[in-house]
Design a protein around this ligand. Structure first.
Ligand code: AMP
Ligand code: ZN
Length: 470
């Protein structure tokens, strides 16, 4: 299997540390607001990665954190605590806000058919692990105290910023300047805050450095090490995390354990952007999955839209593009229905050469750095090929769908989407009116549309009756 590794900025052959097993940590959500479509792109990417690895036969252990403390609006320790600010704005406690948005997040995950990670861990439930890790970093001489906070001293870690290819000398005076006067270097970062920057800080814990709360970055190091060990295979997140969050995670983890590399493969998804620029939770103006549902889309339309772009290319979101995804997905579902003879789900041996070739090409695509657009193209080629026995085409499509996650099996289990009776009756009345007005084109269009939904109309002297073709 080939995978792009940000550590080397190249596609590399992926081999796990322990044969047959993959340890994978993906940075999870900060639960101070709904996830926006961009965030969901990150989780669909993690889902695709685990599905592809499992399809390739690996036993994958997937860990995801939930950040319910300590993530400031600036990843570099600047700004407000996102959770505390959100709670204050809503007149709720941090815990209430966290619980509410955590549930909303997992509802979105389910709607997008994202498989649950094996372990979902909350930052607030792992403060002890963070303290233990910070103590190790301190004992190894990588920290200093200033202004009541404990900082990571990047000058003690010469490899700092290697993955992000940071030019520390140039940056010192430039972009990432810090207004925190206690930092010796603008890239230094807080491991533990004791002087709360926020008067209303609700969540505080005792620690060797005083009562306070952890910096954001330490949680991912502490939790991934707890569940996956001191070295593991893959760590993922959005590309925005390369320069600060993941850079800091690497520095503090390797400073604590002395083991290099901490993580073998770093996988970063590109951004989803809107016409007007990047989508961001902090600046408001973002689109949620619920907004798409309210506009009449199926969540899987969005999943299909995402798979139509490679995870390492920037994707521009627009409703026109989403319409295209919806139509394409519907055409796939219709084709699957037409292939189905409803004889059950007995496993089918794929003997047809062309069917086997499409599946092989599909596998090659997904195992080549998750080339989902090419994988979808193989599904299309399969479905358009009328020379393949129906049962085999169906079996191959279902196999592909273990990776794509488009719920194709459900498409044949559920009948064609049931229209409500009132709607059907209304259509019949409209058709009768159209016929009376001698608008036969419209009358035919109504009949064809209902037929597409599995509803047959039969005209009789007594009027029009309908029946479901299910
Ligand atoms: P957050 O909840 O802000 O910590 O972000 C959750 C995940 O979404 C992280 O992996 C981010 O890198 C990722 N992310 C944030 N914005 C976008 C975006 N517009 N497109 C793709 N991924 C994003
Ligand atoms: Zn993280």
């Amino acid at each position: 299997m080939l995978l792009y590794n940000t550590l080397g900025y190249e596609i590399q052959e992926f081999t796990p540390i322990t044969a047959g097993k993959v340890s994978f940590y993906g940075c999870g959500p900060t639960v101070y607001n709904y996830a926006h479509l961009g965030n969901l792109r990150a989780y669909v990417t993690h889902d695709m990665l685990t599905r592809v690895l499992r399809y390739a036969g690996y036993d994958v252990q997937h860990i995801m954190n939930v950040t319910d403390i300590g993530h400031l609006s600036g990843d570099n320790d600047e700004g407000d605590d996102k959770m505390v600010k959100s709670a204050a704005e809503r007149g709720k406690s941090v815990l209430e806000v966290a619980n509410f948005y955590t549930s909303a997040f997992f509802a979105d995950m389910d709607r997008l058919n994202i498989r649950r990670p094996d372990v979902i861990c909350k930052a607030t439930e792992h403060i002890d692990e963070m303290i233990v890790l910070i103590k190790r970093i301190e004992a190894n001489g990588f920290t200093y105290s200033a202004g009541g906070n404990l900082y990571f001293d990047i000058t003690k870690f010469p490899a700092y910023g290697k993955m992000a290819r940071l030019r520390l000398d140039e940056q010192k005076a430039g972009a990432r300047t810090s207004v925190d006067e206690h930092k010796r270097n603008p890239h230094d970062f807080v491991l533990w805050f004791t002087k709360s920057k926020f008067e209303n800080q609700a969540l505080l814990w005792d620690s060797p450095w005083g009562r306070g709360y952890p910096g954001w970055h330490i949680e991912c190091s502490a939790m991934s090490i707890k569940y996956l060990g001191e070295q593991f295979d893959i760590h993922a997140g959005g590309i925005d995390h390369i320069a600060i969050h993941h850079t800091n995670e690497i520095a503090q983890s390797e400073a604590a354990t002395g083991k290099h590399p901490w993580v073998k493969f770093w996988v970063h998804n590109e951004f989803l952007v809107l016409d007007r620029g990047k989508m961001s939770k902090s600046t408001g103006g973002f689109i949620t999955l619920q907004a798409l549902l309210d506009a009449g889309y199926d969540p899987l339309d969005y999943r299909y839209f995402l798979l139509g772009g490679h995870y390492r290319t920037q994707l521009q979101f627009s409703y026109e593009a989403l319409d295209g995804a919806r139509n394409a997905r519907k055409a796939i579902v219709d084709r699957i229905r037409s292939l189905s003879d409803k004889t059950g789900e007995a496993p089918v041996q794929v003997t047809n050469k062309k069917a086997a070739a499409y599946l092989a090409a599909f596998k090659a695509a997904i195992e080549n750095d998750l080339a989902t657009p090419r994988a979808l193209a193989e599904l299309w080629r399969l479905l358009k090929d009328t020379g393949i026995p129906k049962t085999e085409a169906l079996a191959v499509a279902f196999s592909m769908d273990e990776v794509l996650g488009l719920k194709l099996k459900d498409a044949i289990k559920e009948e064609a989407p049931s229209l409500d009776i009132e709607y059907i009756e209304r259509c019949i009345a409209e058709r009768a009116a159209a016929k009376k007005a001698r608008d036969f084109a419209k009358a035919d269009a109504i009949r064809t549309d209902l037929k597409a939904h599995g509803i047959m109309l039969e005209d009789s002297p007594a009027g029009t009756v309908w029946r479901s073709m299910g």
